[in-house]
Design a protein around this ligand. Structure first.
Ligand SMILES: Cc1cc2nc3c(=O)[nH]c(=O)nc-3n(C[C@H](O)[C@H](O)[C@H](O)COP(=O)(O)OP(=O)(O)OC[C@H]3O[C@@H](n4cnc5c(N)ncnc54)[C@H](O)[C@@H]3O)c2cc1C
Length: 406
């Protein structure tokens, strides 16, 4: 009996769409079929970057690998299959010219993420890719011998790509069901945790300053080396957010799963103050007035209160103990995290299908032949800045290029 497809793709996100396009161009005998649980393709892609679509990042191999941390080298074969400059050419050919900002972040020139989604979808349709929407795949049955097909619910296919995303923003499609499908086939999962999300603190004082941001703060996890993130910090009504917090949040969420609580240290000033010199040059000045030059006045008051220093204290009357306490509160302000914004709020999922069980050169799983993985379903997540979308797009591209079409 003829198969329903040479390659069946579960999930029409950026990973699935690029895989479908690349595979369809190879004119596989049974064609390419994409199944998605939502009514249309790329729901999440269309809202990325606040609707502007931060698609990628100007980066070489080393920068790309290091953005993904300890396991980053796994991503290199996919990166080589579609580096950022090739992605930009590919998108320009689809009538989506791109621009890069000063930080290296790549956006469509139109600043429209929906335009990118529509261009990918139409490019797939032009190459003859077939789509089935409003169907959540619930069962994958592996081939019983080398010649047999995969069974995917009621369909058959020679090869399968599982690009069902992670568990973040489930309203946009990725509800974790891809993890369940992989796990049922014998794949180990690194426990999924929300990443790129805000953090909720046990302390209530951050809420008093909700909406206040500090432009250059270093945040690290107390007692964990190499966890420092630097950038803008925003106080919220439940704790903290902003780029530095988002980029640390995946590691914090995983630690919360493992250890139940996490202590952060915040360095609020870019350089440590020299109190000895300030006593000489600004002896009569109040600490509050001095601190209010570096942060909003109300926040300066809170920091002094936490450090146990009266607001009208002058530098000339600052005791050695008070100096030490203020130094500690400016260089390593403690904040206890009691939760995160969760999967509903998170922009990426940390954890997922274990990389040990997947060949990086083909993204084919090691448990059963002709099943590939791409995108966020794998145990890789990067910081904000276009890295996650580039990973989804280039990993999909690799699978579309190498998958066995029978
Ligand atoms: C609000 C927001 C903003 C973001 N902004 C950026 C940004 O600017 N830059 C950046 O790099 N990254 C950004 N990201 C992250 C980025 O969107 C993801 O990393 C990327 O979409 C992952 O692509 P994917 O194809 O692996 O998965 P997804 O985009 O999640 O797609 C998975 C698809 O699989 C479908 N699916 C799931 N389960 C099933 C099933 N059982 N059967 C059938 N279909 C199924 C889903 O409906 C979905 O369409 C953002 C994320 C969010 C939530």
């Amino acid at each position: 009996m003829p198969l329903d497809a040479s390659l069946l793709i579960v999930g029409a996100g950026p990973a699935g769409l690029l895989a479908a396009w690349a595979a369809a161009r190879r004119r596989l005998p049974g064609g390419v079929l994409v199944v998605d649980r939502l009514p249309g393709a790329g729901a999440k892609l269309a809202v990325t970057g606040g609707g502007r679509g931060n698609l990628s990042h100007l980066a070489d191999e080393e920068a790309f690998a290091s953005a993904f941390g300890r396991q980053g080298r796994f991503a290199l074969p996919a990166f080589r299959s579609l580096p950022p400059e090739d992605l930009r050419i590919l998108l320009a050919d689809m009538n989506v010219p791109t621009v890069a900002d000063d930080a290296g972040r790549i956006y469509p020139r139109s600043q429209s993420a929906p335009q990118v989604r529509d261009a990918l979808l139409h490019a797939c349709e032009r190459e003859g890719v077939r789509f089935v929407f409003n169907h959540a795949v619930s069962r994958l049955v592996s081939p019983h011998n080398a010649a047999a097909p995969w069974k995917i619910d009621s369909w058959t296919a020679h090869s399968v790509l599982l690009s069902a995303g992670g568990q973040s923003a489930p309203r946009l499609g990725s509800d974790g069901s891809g993890f369940a499908l992989a796990s049922a086939l014998g794949y180990d999962l690194t426990p999924p945790a929300p990443a790129l999300t805000s953090l909720r603190t046990a302390e209530h004082w951050p809420a008093l300053h909700s909406g206040v941001s500090l432009p250059d703060v270093s945040i690290s996890i107390a007692g964990k080396r190499g966890t420092s993130e630097r950038g803008e910090l925003l106080f919220t009504h439940r704790g903290i957010s902003g780029p530095a917090v988002l980029n640390l949040s995946g590691r914090v969420a995983r630690l919360l799963l493992a250890e139940g609580s996490v202590l952060l240290h915040l360095a609020l000033l870019s350089a440590a103050p020299d109190f000895l010199r300030l006593r000489q040059t600004d002896g009569s000045r109040s600490l509050h007035a001095w601190l209010a030059r570096h942060m909003p006045r109300a926040l300066a008051g809170t920091i002094l209160e936490l450090a146990g220093i009266p607001p009208d204290q002058t530098f000339s009357r600052l005791t050695a103990e008070q100096g030490k306490s203020l130094h500690r509160h400016l260089a390593a302000l403690p904040l206890a995290v009691r939760g995160t914004g969760g999967f509903q709020e998170s922009m990426a999922t940390s954890g997922g299908v274990s990389l040990k069980q997947v060949h990086p050169e083909t993204l084919e799983g090691r448990v059963a032949k002709r099943l590939h993985f791409a995108g966020e379903i794998l145990d890789l997540d990067g910081p904000t800045g276009g890295w996650n979308l580039h990973w989804a797009l280039c990993s999909g591209h690799l699978v579309g290029t190498v998958a066995d079409g029978g």
